[in-house]
Ligand binder design. Structure first.
Ligand code: NDP
Length: 293
């Protein structure tokens, strides 16, 4: 039997409509909408597109958003000042620094500037550290891994005790996700570009999350029958048959994986909408905390 498709769009829509009504309640109570401040450095077109998508999602849910767009020639001080400006702004409850930034910028120093109370992308080194330590709670967890966890939960299958495999160990996706799966009591394996026998390792996993950045890399015949497969990948491939001339594919070869997996997320329309939704949810949370003292 082919896998059940995990469609992130209706799940994200449902959560976003809950957020919109909570935002309206917040505004009625406090007199202002929750505010998100975005810092974007450079002219990377994909980053600019992600920022536009986040702005539109904020508008739809009734949040207000601002963006500080700095040229790729911006200095370290200018970027850190943009973050400090949002830290001091009482109308901004959440700060998102769009990554990656230009190579000459010291990313860690910028992220260190984000106020922990406003770190709605959960990317401050202190929050990532807390995620990895027993008994410590981060103020926020990163949006994409949190969205992945929600998609896994939507299957209704247990995470506790099962073998979970994350392919990729980046600071924004793979590593925090592996920590979140371990915190949910999965037995976690992290694979990366130096892993030997990736197919053999994948075959033992009940949950496979692909965050590799290589189009259609994970094949169906690597998978354990019935596995939950979450595809974080978002890669554009030339496609003369499509109107735009390209199409988006994930890091998993969808058709072959669908024939073997128990559940598989879509690309596009799986993790992407959940990432934005989790960012909105965290910004609302930050705004609520700001008035509850
Ligand atoms: P990075 O490039 O930062 O990390 C990729 C990871 O994959 C690295 O850990 C790398 O290993 C590993 N890797 C690369 N090649 C291989 C290989 N051949 N075999 C096994 N592991 C490999 O990417 P990100 O984590 O930022 O993103 C991953 C994917 O997720 C991308 O497609 C990106 O576009 C997408 N993405 C989607 C989002 C969404 O909202 N839908 C949000 C963020 C990302 P090593 O550490 O050894 O280099």
């Amino acid at each position: 039997m082919p896998a059940k498709i995990i469609d992130g769009r209706p799940i994200a829509k449902r959560i976003q409509s809950e957020i919109a009504s909570a935002v309206a309640d917040f505004q009625a109570q406090s007199g202002a909408a929750p505010g998100l401040g975005v810092v974007l450095v450079g002219d990377d077109s994909a980053s600019a597109m992600y920022v536009r998508m986040k702005r539109r999602a904020c508008e739809r849910a009734g949040l207000q958003s601002q963006a500080r767009i700095l040229p790729s020639s911006a200095t370290q001080t200018e970027v850190e000042d943009a973050v400090r400006g949002y830290n001091a702004d009482r109308g901004i409850h959440g700060i998102l620094v769009q990554l990656p930034m230009s190579a000459h910028i010291d990313e860690e120093a910028v992220l260190n500037e984000i106020s922990l109370a406003k770190d709605v992308d959960g990317i401050h080194p202190m929050n990532i550290g807390r995620l990895g330590m027993r008994g410590r709670e981060p103020t926020f967890t990163p949006a994409t891994p949190t969205g992945v966890m929600r998609l896994i939960e939507e299957t209704g299958e247990s995470i506790e005790g099962v073998q979970a495999l994350v392919i990729g160990r980046s600071n924004i996706v793979g590593l925090p996700l592996a920590l979140m799966l371990a915190n949910a009591n999965a037995t976690v394996t992290i694979c990366h570009s130096r892993t030997r026998d990736l197919p053999g390792t994948v075959r033992r996993a009940d949950i496979v999350v692909a965050a590799v950045g290589q189009p259609e890399y994970v094949k169906g015949d690597w998978l354990k029958p019935g596995a939950i497969v979450i595809d974080v990948g978002s890669n554009s491939l030339p496609d003369p048959a499509s109107e735009k001339g390209y199409r988006y594919v994930g890091d998993v070869e969808f058709e072959s994986a669908r024939a073997v997996a128990g559940y598989i997320s879509k690309v596009p329309g799986g993790v992407g909408p959940m990432t934005i939704t989790m960012l909105l949810s965290n910004t609302l949370k930050a705004a609520r905390r700001s008035i509850s003292g």
